[in-house]
Design a protein. Structure first.
Length: 248
């Protein structure tokens, strides 16, 4: 009887051992990927004063390359908003189209307080825009003006097609008719509805806008002549995200 009891106890022990879960090696991660450091610094008056127009132009070109390659700078937007609340010292003023697909701060990978941005359908200058650009440069110290058009511009297409729509009609006629006339003279053999003429008009509009800014603003032309301010033009490709700079 005792033998049977002992054998039962031993059997139960062996069974319990067989049913016990085996010890498993717990995997531990010793190296974790660090979150990217957020940029919270903003433009200061000292930094703005130290920048030349050429240096700002280079920074914008580099920023567009980062945008195209998907390497946008990680930023602490709230910290930048707080840091710029008491003042602003932008490095460039961008005259851009109203188009929602062309956000200059993102296209050039810039933060809060880095850019003045004036937007109007067709990215042309008028008295209000000239006054704004004079404020940006002469009053606020910005060393570079960028006139930025874009491919497939609806305002240019509307002007080519002779769109009739409220105040838009007058705006296009007053500001873009001269551009279209020039382009049609250059490409007299082409169909005025073709994409080639539209693109030529987009580029000519940027060049003409730069000429008009310099002709109509003694303040800005004087700053450009002295070398304190630069002015450049380009167009943004909606399909690729790349800015092509024009020889202006």
């Amino acid at each position: 009887m005792r033998t049977h009891s002992w054998m039962l106890i031993v059997g139960l022990g062996i069974g319990a051992a067989a049913c016990a879960p085996a010890e498993t090696e717990v995997e531990t991660t010793t190296a974790t990927e660090e979150a990217p450091k957020l940029v919270s610094e903003v433009m200061t008056q000292e930094a703005q004063t130290a920048l030349t127009p050429d240096e700002v132009f280079t920074q914008l070109k580099q920023g567009n390359e980062r945008f195209v390659e998907g390497r946008l700078t990680p930023r602490d937007w709230v910290a930048q908003a707080e840091a710029t609340a008491s003042g602003q010292y932008p490095k460039a003023a961008v005259l851009s189209c109203l188009d929602s697909r062309v956000p200059p701060e993102i296209v050039f990978d810039q933060g809060i307080g880095d850019l003045f941005v004036g937007r109007i359908a067709g990215n042309f200058e008028n008295r209000d825009m000239l006054g704004s650009l004079e404020f940006a440069t002469a009053a606020a110290g910005t060393p570079l003006i960028v006139v930025l058009g874009h491919t497939q511009c609806g305002a240019i297409k509307g002007a080519v097609a002779g769109v009739e729509l409220g105040n838009l009609t007058a705006m296009l006629r007053e500001n873009l008719d001269e551009v279209l006339e020039t382009v049609r003279e250059i490409q007299a053999a082409a169909d005025p509805e073709t994409d080639a003429v539209v693109q030529a008009a987009i580029e000519e509009n940027v060049r003409r806008t730069i000429r008009d800014i310099l002709a109509d603003s003694e303040v800005i032309s004087g700053l450009v002549e002295s070398g304190e301010v630069g002015i450049v033009g380009g167009f943004y490709d909606l399909a690729t995200g790349r800015v092509t700079w024009l020889d202006t």
